[in-house]
Write a protein that binds this ligand. Structure first.
Ligand code: HEC
Ligand code: HEC
Length: 363
């Protein structure tokens, strides 16, 4: 029988028996765990993870009650339907569509997220993930899920956090085992939870109140862009086409310095979003944190430069980003910014009609 006929026959039998071939999602192991030579350690980790986190469609969390398990189950359903084709069932960023996408969908398993309101290297706050999923990431394939019912949105976010915690626990536990450190699940998981907890408590506030955006502040920003090393990666024209612009991200893929003239800032268009990109850098990528250069309360107060320069850089980035997007002469495309932007909560976009002008959700 030809292969085609055999498949057709199997399908027919399946259909006749009332059992459609369904694919049950599986959580695959990380390379770190697979490369562990000691099979006994490997089995213990696999068993420990399964008893703590359940399965893709019946997820669990240590200490979860019934309501929480139900919530995670809804999250799993939404995830499998709407996210797994890109982010993979395990959250490894390697779903069937992933290899055709640039940038690649996020691999959650290192707990590394790019567009956060927390300092460099910290875990994101839950609100950061909510914002990304609601608004999507402009200029990438990550869609906006603003139309998801709120319960589904909340559930899928918690499922993503579960996938991250599970992945981090697995990788960390395997690293300990590799170093012949015999740890229990609880110790490793606690370490991961502590990272998320300290991330949740460490929101980045601007060093100063945003000054009014004027041609002078834009010009000061342009000068800082050239003198603080931004141009080294982004190019003097901000288009990111320099020789130094290619690096590798922590997920192992080549990356480019953003073309900031493209009008598609991935982390949001509000001044506070751009401020946080410059202040905290972009986790997992070569974009460095500049906080220390301007923070008078930092390690070297005497050496700290004028903290307002961070806002000047924001103004310059906004100016350059708006210019090409509006394809208008530069000045009219700039609407007056708020001068009272002293906290993220009062941050508003300088552009009208942008989803990103929505106030930050708290909680
Ligand atoms: C069509 C592909 C696609 C789908 C579907 C998709 N994503 Fe994404 N997602 C991406 C890409 C690509 C990125 C990385 C963008 C980048 O690195 O700038 C991403 C990034 C993310 C991030 C990381 C943001 C950060 O700060 O690092 C989260 C969280 C996320 N997606 C959640 C989801 C959830 C939840 C769903 C389903 C409800 C989903 N995504 C569906 C492609 C997708
Ligand atoms: C070592 C190289 C490097 C330097 C130096 C650097 N950047 Fe970046 N920058 C990057 C890379 C890489 C990205 C893209 C990260 C990503 O999203 O994958 C980026 C992204 C950005 C973005 C886009 C953020 C978004 O939301 O999409 C802005 C704005 C930016 N950089 C501003 C600056 C400014 C201002 C400076 C100087 C104070 C600077 N960069 C210095 C490498 C660099």
């Amino acid at each position: 029988m030809s292969r085609y006929l055999r498949c057709a026959a199997l399908l027919f039998i399946g259909a006749a028996a009332g059992c459609e071939p369904v694919q049950v999602p599986q959580w695959s192991s990380s390379k770190k765990l697979e490369s562990l030579e000691n099979a006994e350690h490997r089995d213990r980790i696999v068993a420990g993870l399964a008893s703590a986190f359940g399965t893709p469609l019946l997820p669990n969390r240590p200490d979860a009650d019934d309501a929480e398990r139900e919530h995670l189950r809804l999250g799993a359903e939404v995830y499998v339907k709407r996210c797994a084709q890109c982010h993979g069932a395990s959250g490894d960023g390697a779903g069937p569509a992933a290899e055709f996408l640039k940038p690649r969908p996020r691999d959650y398993r290192q707990g590394t997220f790019k567009f956060t309101s927390t300092p460099y290297g910290a875990r994101p706050r839950r609100e950061d993930l909510v914002r990304t999923v609601r608004e999507g990431i402009v200029g990438t394939s990550m869609p906006s899920f603003a139309l998801l019912p709120p319960t589904e949105l909340a559930a899928v976010i918690d499922y993503v956090i579960l996938l991250a915690e599970r992945g981090e626990t697995e990788i960390l536990w395997a690293a300990y085992a590799e170093a012949e450190e015999d740890l229990e699940f609880d110790d490793v998981y606690q370490e991961v939870l502590d990272l998320w907890r300290s991330g949740a408590e460490s929101v980045v506030r601007p060093l100063t109140v945003m000054p009014a955006m004027t041609p002078e502040t834009i010009e000061l920003g342009r000068q800082a862009f050239l003198s603080e090393g931004c141009a080294k990666c982004h190019g003097a024209d901000g288009r990111g086409k320099t020789q130094d612009n290619v690096g590798t991200d922590v997920w192992g893929f080549p990356t480019n310095a953003a073309d900031i003239t493209a009008g598609m800032l991935h982390g949001g268009q509000r001044p506070i979003d751009i401020y946080r990109r410059i202040s905290s850098g972009i986790n997992g990528t070569p974009m460095p944190s500049f906080r220390a250069v301007f923070d008078p309360a930092g390690k070297d107060p005497a050496a700290a430069k004028n903290p307002d320069t961070m806002w000047h850089l924001v103004h310059y980035v906004l100016h350059v980003a708006n210019q090409r997007r509006a394809s208008l002469p530069s000045e009219p495309s700039l609407s007056a910014p708020r001068t009272t932007e002293d906290s993220p909560a009062s941050a508003a976009s300088t552009r009208s009609g942008q989803a990103s002008a929505a106030p930050e959700r708290g909680g």
